[in-house]
Design a protein around this ligand. Structure first.
Ligand code: COA
Length: 332
């Protein structure tokens, strides 16, 4: 039987720490408001000139080292981001070049906060079906370039941070040891405009004008309350869907790694599941919401600090723009 195991994890956060107090100087906000509503204390921002491929490359190198792989071992790349270096081509090919690989395939995933889970499911399917034995999966974001860093943009500007995470995925035939179990993916496009960025848009002529920029259409648009309301319900539902499909209980989970959207969302989900603080991972206080990067950063952290060990039962879960949401279960 062909299954997929996580062979290595890695992450990279830019050195530049931006605190809530730093944001107070740029917009009408307070550390108290941000912490009370989101749990965020600080986030990392890159220096101008650094893109999400650069961050992804550093995370990928760390994952390769942990897996004991050489770049030549990579047979395929999956790259999830909503903040690519270019409108096209995607970051996958840019990373392929930076890693100095041969002509391996590269797939770009555009599923925002659920991007890592969608990417993981695709990579897992490729490995199970025998198309590849070793895949590099990266989630990386540079949000600092695309935020409206003033009072007008404060509802989103305080939430997001830059960072990258990566995993090396390889084939295994041992179902008694580390392997990915299954994924559950969902979307509901009726809510696309609750969290979106309108331009550049190929529906418009021209697709980007100074007026659109002045109107703020190049910045994320978010209906925070609507996102919150749906997120709490869907996070819980897709975890339960995954466990019930396998006949497994919430109590059997060693760790839940939720996408880091908001501490209050994570806390609501944790309470509904009846789990302890230790069983639901949170690092949003340090990094904010890093979208497609948040789950692989968290996963890499818990591997390195020993929170999870080989064989532990883990659930990844995410919700975000689309709306899209999903979960993955695996034995680490
Ligand atoms: N600092 C200070 N005040 C702010 C602010 C900021 N950064 N952002 C918004 N406000 C103000 C609003 O203007 C509003 O003022 P008003 O009452 O005078 O109009 C007030 O705070 C309340 O705004 P509201 O949007 O109702 O707050 P909220 O309790 O819903 O919290 C979020 C806002 C964004 C923190 C919350 O809705 C949320 O976390 N949503 C989910 C967002 C998310 O996770 N997105 C990513 C999904 S993957």
């Amino acid at each position: 039987m062909r299954l997929t195991r996580i062979a290595g994890t890695g992450h990279y956060l830019p050195e530049n720490v931006v605190t809530n107090q730093d944001l107070e100087k740029l917009m009408d906000t307070t550390d108290e408001w941000i912490q009370a509503r989101t749990g965020i204390k600080e986030r990392r921002f890159v220096e101008p000139g650094t893109g999400s491929t650069d961050l992804g490359l550093l995370a990928a190198r760390a994952a390769l080292e942990e897996a004991g792989w050489e770049p030549e071992d990579i047979q395929f790349i999956v790259f999830a981001t909503l903040s690519p270096d270019m409108y096209f081509p995607g970051n996958g090919v840019l990373l392929q070049k930076e890693l100095g690989l041969g002509e391996v395939g590269a797939l770009d995933v555009r599923n925002q906060c659920t991007g890592f889970i969608y990417g993981l499911s695709a990579a897992d399917a490729y490995i199970r079906m025998g198309m590849y034995d070793r895949i590099l999966l990266v989630g990386a974001e540079v949000h600092s370039a695309g935020m409206q860093m003033n009072t007008e943009g404060r509802d989103t500007a305080v939430l997001f941070g830059d960072g990258a995470g990566a995993v090396c995925l390889e084939v295994t035939d041992n179902s008694d040891s580390s392997h990915i179990i299954w994924h559950h993916l969902h979307s509901d496009g009726r809510f696309a405009e609750e969290l979106c960025m309108y331009v550049p848009s190929a529906k418009r002529r021209p697709w980007l004008t100074k007026e659109m920029i002045d109107e703020g259409l190049i910045y994320p648009h978010m209906n925070g309350r609507e996102v919150f309301r749906h997120a709490v319900v869907k996070f819980h539902a897709v975890i339960m869907e995954a466990l019930e499909a396998q006949g497994l209980s919430v109590e059997s989970l060693k760790l839940v790694i939720p996408h880091q959207a908001n501490e209050r969302i994570t806390e609501g989900v944790r309470k509904r599941l009846g789990l302890s603080n230790e069983t639901v991972y949170s690092n949003i206080a340090r990094y904010g919401n890093t979208t497609a990067a948040s789950i692989p950063i968290a996963l890499s952290e818990v591997v390195k600090d020993g929170t999870i060990e080989r064989g532990d039962f883990v659930c990844l879960v995410a919700f975000g723009s689309g709306f899209t949401w999903g979960s993955s279960l695996f034995y680490y």
